[in-house]
Ligand binder design. Structure first.
Ligand code: SR1
Ligand code: MG
Length: 419
């Protein structure tokens, strides 16, 4: 086995093959860097992982430990879906760039030791002492540093990769480097089209079907606003996004947060990332509500408020410190720019709320709610709040604007249950 032409090394249904192959691969690629103990070297596939790729952890009793991530020809979520194998290089290079942009802060992305464009695989820092944030949210765990960390991550990676700060020619080189038509296509369809057109592959909770048809599939005013968001996503190369900033893309433990899984990273409107974070905190809120865990639901709302408010403060401060283009220093432009990021944030928070509620890729925070009426309440909060965010995007200027809208969506959703 020379690993000089592509094949899938991590086969979740063949652990013996995976273990033998991965050990050989890791030894070949890291022999000059890591002193592995061959007798105790172990390969483990985590029970839960994302929709696209294959992951395993390799460790030994000497304390060595890394993750291996490999892209498959087809996506884990569906054998019928494909995306370029180059997504592994894309993710590795974005993580490396983000590590540089965040170099003066705590380490907020996993370190990439090596990536391999032949096997479409990368070896990265072991984060097994962290939890995937969505799993932690399902257990209603809370982390005081989250809003502070995520607001720093977004303010820095977004602003510092934009034309406000970067040399415009260098920025265009990055736009060229990180364009991924396959992955953009998934977002354009799954997020910005199908929740509104009623695609066959949507996953709609049967008891909510009529509500979804009326509120999402038949609302033409909503469709017009979502069309604007879709074409803005495709045409506004504003900053290098993470591109899939949901709680399944976050490793977390008390005091530390790491953002990973950025293969959907692309140059697009900044508000897409910020909106995704808000929506995914709302899914966690929904889950807290379903078990009457008021303390946890309140924490989620508090994190939404803090995330938005800290993002605005940090973004504004970084703007003043780093702005390079003379026209971006013209009085009034910064305020105009931040308001347009906030408009987009509200819009894309709305589309993320909708697509995870009725689209192909749902979230466990909502689908694991067993009681029918409680799940209906959660779904309708998402649908109603999402519409409010999209239709009234220029009303959302602070964290409290979001939490007020969620509480009002809850009241309105409660009135619809039993209808
Ligand atoms: C076909 S992949 C479905 C979703 O999983 C990823 O996490 C992205 O959010 C994508 O839209
Ligand atoms: Mg992912």
């Amino acid at each position: 086995m020379n690993f000089d032409s592509y094949f899938l090394m991590i086969k979740e249904d063949d652990l013996t093959f995976t273990s033998d192959t991965v050990k050989k691969y890791i030894l070949q690629k890291t022999e000059d860097k890591i002193d592995w103990d061959l007798n105790s070297m172990t390969v483990k596939i985590p029970s839960e992982h994302g929709n696209l790729n294959h992951v395993c952890r390799i460790f030994d009793e000497r304390g060595n430990s890394v993750y291996l991530k490999q892209a498959g020809d087809t996506l884990r979520i569906s054998e019928d879906m494909t995306a370029t194998l180059d997504r592994n290089r894309q993710e590795s290079e974005i993580l490396e760039l983000e590590e540089k942009l965040l170099s003066s802060d705590k380490k907020m992305v996993p370190h990439i030791y090596f990536y391999d464009t032949v096997m479409a695989a990368c070896i990265m820092e072991d984060c097994s002492d962290f939890e995937v944030m969505r799993d932690a949210m399902l257990k209603h765990e809370t982390f005081e540093q989250f809003a502070d960390d995520v607001s720093t991550f977004m303010a820095k990676t977004l602003l510092l990769s934009s034309d406000i700060v970067m040399d415009h020619k260098e920025k265009k080189e990055l736009v060229r480097k990180f364009i991924t038509p396959d992955l953009d296509d998934i977002t354009e369809k799954l997020v910005l089209t199908e929740p509104y057109t009623g695609a066959d592959r949507n996953n709609v909770f049967e008891p909510n079907k009529k509500f979804v048809e009326k509120e999402l599939y038949s609302d033409e005013k909503l469709h017009l606003e979502v069309s604007k968001l879709k074409f803005k996503f495709m045409n506004d190369s504003q900053a290098l996004l993470h591109g899939d900033l949901h709680t399944g893309s976050v490793f977390i433990k008390q005091g530390e947060t790491k953002f990973f899984d950025c293969e959907f990273g692309t140059y697009a409107p900044m508000g897409y990332d910020v909106g995704n974070v808000i929506a995914n905190l709302i899914f966690a809120y929904d889950n807290g509500l379903s078990t009457d865990d008021e303390k946890f639901s309140d924490w989620c709302l508090n994190q939404i408020e803090k995330t938005v408010d800290l993002f605005i403060i940090k973004f504004s401060g970084l703007y003043d410190e780093n702005v390079a283009d003379p026209m971006a220093k013209v009085p009034g432009f910064k305020e105009y720019y931040i308001n347009s990021v906030l408009d987009d944030t509200a819009g894309y928070a709305g589309t993320e709320l909708h697509r995870r509620t009725v689209g192909m890729a749902n979230v466990k925070d909502v689908t694991s709610i067993k009681d029918v009426n409680k799940r209906l309440l959660a779904e309708r909060i998402n649908i109603i709040a999402g519409k409010d965010f999209i239709m009234n995007h220029n009303r959302f200027r602070s964290g409290k604007d979001y939490t007020d809208a969620v509480l009002s969506a809850k009241q309105n959703a409660e009135k619809t249950i039993g209808e």
